[in-house]
Design a protein around this ligand. Structure first.
Ligand code: GLC
Ligand code: CA
Length: 555
């Protein structure tokens, strides 16, 4: 196990420079946010045209899924050039303008850095293919000879996280069958060799490139996977395929220590945020040591069922994991890789894990919405920072009936449709109007890259604005309240006594802010006197109905 540095006291209140300790960060999936030029695909012009929405919502920062030059084999997570914007999204000049405009509105920008793998269309990979085995160019990736008489078998049995083998065979420059290369994801995403100093230098330079362009932080894709077991040891394939047992090596921490030094070298320190899917709490916390990443996504909370004991346990474990390293926890309900939580919470089994997506399970949308409303009040009241995934503020559900021919996720394609994949949470955002594309694209545009359900006419930003009962207005009120409430964000947290299946906790040094969530099947008396600041549904006098949450000021 990696050694944990000495505990560091959690600050009562984040310094302004440590904005990530309390920030509410909105995730933009650029393909699906807004399309400005009518090709049916979202772009930076679309984001710039909708900054008002983000400002009215009241978020502190935006994280962009990859916007770089890419063949889009995995929706931009196959990066061909980390310093260029894909023409489908716009230009580098536009990205710089966007960062400037967001900053003018007090919104910080986080870019996605994808260090584990590159693209088969990257100059490095094309050169490695051209120059051939044994070259320095090949050593930037994980090329190996195959097994078997003629090297016709992959170097080992590792499987891709998207399904199928994690190796693809190449042809030699003379056309004969050649070496294999490793790809933990799609075949178009060759893994980089992090033992090679040139790879390290390249990414340090990429970090500086975006930090110099005023990006306020980076989200690090697949952060625990970078360094592989050099022996390529095989393992028991009955193990869950993710995280891979041959990654998460101690050597990776040196990479993040050097990134942290770069982030800290700016007068306004930049945030390092890791996507770290690791069930082992100590190994997870090791990434958050004081000289490594600032925060990491909390997938235990995301996967937790909507059940009082499980939620309480996951909250306790989260706090316990973060406290010794002094890192603020993060909370997230949805993202571009998981079924939307309105849908998850409307199922009989409300839990989530990567191997068990339950797509197509019967769903009670009304119940899911009710719980999602309560869940956002719970999430925004917990200590640390929080992530919102575009469209959750509209109560969008997972779209489960996308025709097979239109599905684009490599996870779907590589499993021959056995795993429906992630397209259902990536459907373009509805902004206005009565029919698709609901203002996503300008008039007379091509159809959106994934079809929007006609029922989304009720879920548009325009339809919900001004409706006090809408999800959007709940999010706006909750975020405004969070901004004005010093007890929220980073800082003290205390469980309060509460009836069975009710979660109640206070925040702040005097405990003057209280959040109550009723996960039981009957109404419960609010457990204290005070002013109700906000509730996720109507109260019945002082009774909090089932699947409802309230924020109460106790002073
Ligand atoms: C991360 C991303 C996911 C992507 C994968 C490969 O898990 O969130 O969308 O497919 O990495 O880059
Ligand atoms: Ca477009």
């Amino acid at each position: 196990m990696a050694e944990i540095h000495a505990p560091q006291a959690t600050r009562a209140r984040a310094l302004p420079t440590e904005w990530w300790r309390s920030a509410v960060i909105y995730q933009i999936y650029p393909r699906s946010f807004a399309d400005s030029n009518g090709d049916g695909i979202g772009d930076l012009g679309g984001v710039r045209a909708h900054l008002d929405h983000l400002e009215a919502l009241g978020v502190d920062a935006v994280w962009f899924n990859p916007w770089y030059a890419s063949p889009q084999a995995d929706a931009g997570y196959d990066v061909a050039d980390y310093r260029a914007i894909d023409p489908v999204f716009g230009t580098l000049a536009e990205a710089e303008e966007l960062i400037r405009e967001a900053h003018e509105r007090g919104i910080r920008i986080i870019v996605d850095v994808v260090p584990n793998h590159s693209s088969t269309a990257s100059p490095w990979f094309l050169e490695a293919l051209r120059i051939g085995p044994g070259s320095a160019s090949r050593d930037l990736f994980c090329f190996r000879a195959g097994r078997g008489e003629d090297g016709e078998l992959p170097p080992n049995e590792w499987q891709s996280i998207f399904g199928g083998p994690a190796w693809t065979r190449t042809s030699n420059p003379d056309g004969s069958p050649g070496e294999w290369y490793l790809h933990l994801f799609a075949a178009e995403q060759p893994d980089l060799n992090w033992e090679n100093p040139k790879v390290r230098e390249e990414f340090e330079d990429v970090l500086r490139f975006w930090f110099d362009r005023s990006a306020d932080g980076i989200r690090i894709d697949s952060a625990a996977l970078l360094m592989k077991d050099p022996a390529l040891t095989d393992f028991d394939h009955t193990d869950p395929p993710f995280p891979h047992p041959y990654t998460d090596r101690d050597e990776v921490h040196a990479v993040y220590r050097s990134w942290r030094a770069i982030a800290d070298s700016y007068p306004e320190p930049r945030a390092l945020i890791g996507e770290v899917w690791l069930p082992d709490a100590d190994r997870f916390a090791a990434y958050l040591r004081p000289d490594e990443l600032h925060t990491a996504f909390n997938f235990a909370f995301l996967g937790c069922p909507w059940e009082p004991d499980a939620l309480r346990q996951v909250i306790d474990e989260t706090l316990a994991v973060h406290a010794p390293v002094g890192a603020p926890p993060t909370w997230v309900l949805s993202n571009h890789d998981v079924p939307r939580h309105v849908t998850r919470y409307g199922r009989a089994d409300t839990s989530f894990n990567l191997e068990y997506r339950q797509l197509g399970a019967p769903t009670d949308r009304t119940l899911g919405l009710r719980r999602a409303r309560a869940a956002i009040l719970l999430t925004l009241a917990l200590p640390g920072s929080a992530y919102l995934y575009q469209g959750e503020e509209l109560g969008l559900e997972e779209v489960e009936d996308i025709p097979e021919a239109l599905r684009q996720d490599p996870m779907f394609l590589r499993t021959q449709g056995e795993n429906l994949g992630r397209d259902g949470c990536r459907v373009p955002v509805p902004w206005s109007g009565q029919e698709p594309p609901f203002g996503f694209s300008p008039p007379d545009a091509r159809e959106p890259w994934l079809p929007q359900p006609p029922a989304w006419r009720d879920r548009t930003v325009a339809a919900q604005t001004g409706d006090p009962d809408s999800m959007l207005e709940l999010y706006r009120r909750a975020l405004a309240c969070r901004r004005g409430e010093p007890a929220l964000g980073d800082g003290p947290f205390t469980w309060l006594p509460a009836p069975e299946s009710v979660l109640a906790f206070s925040r702040g040094p005097q405990g003057r802010f209280v959040c109550v969530v009723n996960l039981s099947d009957r109404a419960t008396e609010l457990p204290m006197a005070g002013t109700v600041l906000l509730s996720s549904g109507p109260l019945d006098g002082t009774q909090l109905p089932p699947d409802t949450a309230a924020w109460v000021s106790n002073c």
